[in-house]
Design a protein around this ligand. Structure first.
Ligand code: FPP
Length: 254
């Protein structure tokens, strides 16, 4: 089992996080691997490799904190535009991550899921993904959503397509369509929307991430490049979230 993060950070007095108000769903735009590498005179591939290490640390931390869902933007529908070699590196890292981490994730009760058009990923990556889904599907712990070949607009197109097909089949009545019934066609069907979206490396954009689901998410942008985002930075982002007042379009209580 993973050791207690809580004890370590409390004893070092790192962060005053309210344990009773941990966000249920955290989503992360893991940005800045390339710049992290560039700053060190390293190839971009080593930035992505360091990014996988950061992912390991953050998955473990979220599981220990009692976060129920963690969604990470690992590969967007737009990332195919990168040079072929870089796409290859990212796909190999994904395959390797799943191969190396599966037993540890499973041992710590994590459920592995994916959001996106995974049928367009290389066969090897798909094989490891399906192995991970199958192995971890009954686990009671953190749900780790890997957003892979994911695009928010592409997701909404799929929602419309599937809903139209159900209307044509007579399974769905157009008059009964509402936000709830439509959200059942999202990749995140049955999951709560993210409470907190963290973006690393200082960019203030959603970049086509969770367009529907982010309607009322609190967004925290941190300056660190993704490979430098660690447990302490996560606790600080959660603390920032806890200081926000969420009104969901209503009025302030104060
Ligand atoms: C953004 O950095 C990051 C990505 C496009 C990919 C995120 C991938 C990882 C963290 C590692 C892979 C993990 C798995 C499980 C596949 P960037 O390259 O856009 O950085 P830059 O904006 O500084 O160039």
């Amino acid at each position: 089992m993973w050791p207690s993060l809580w004890k370590r950070h409390k004893s070092k007095g790192f962060a005053e996080v309210d344990r009773k108000r941990i966000p249920c769903h955290i989503a992360i735009i893991m940005d800045g691997n390339g710049r992290w590498a560039h700053r060190r005179g390293l190839p971009r591939s080593l930035g992505h490799k360091a990014g996988v290490e950061a992912l390991r640390v953050i998955v473990r931390a979220c599981s220990q904190l009692g976060v129920k869902y963690l969604t990470v933007y690992a590969f967007s529908t737009e990332n195919w535009r990168r040079p072929k070699e870089e796409v290859g590196v990212l796909m190999n890292l994904l395959t390797e991550y799943l191969r190396k981490e599966l037993e540890e994730l499973h041992g710590n009760a994590v459920v592995v899921k994916a959001l996106g058009r995974i049928e367009e990923l290389p066969q090897e990556a798909q094989t490891e993904l399906f192995k991970a889904f199958e192995r971890t599907k009954e686990n009671p712990g953190l749900v780790l959503n890997l957003a892979l070949n994911y695009g928010g607009r592409a997701e909404l197109v799929e929602v419309v397509r599937k809903a139209s097909q159900d209307i044509a089949k007579g399974v769905l009545e157009p008059e009964k369509l509402d936000e709830h019934s439509l959200s059942q066609y999202l990749y995140t069907a049955g999951m709560p929307d993210p409470d907190l979206i963290i973006r690393t490396s200082g960019e203030m954009r959603l970049s086509n991430f969770l367009l529907w689901q982010s309607a009322y998410s609190e967004i925290v942008v941190v300056p660190e490049y993704w490979p430098d985002f660690d447990e302490k930075a996560l606790l600080q982002a959660i603390q920032t979230y806890q200081q926000r007042e969420r009104r969901f379009g209503g009025l302030s209580k104060g």
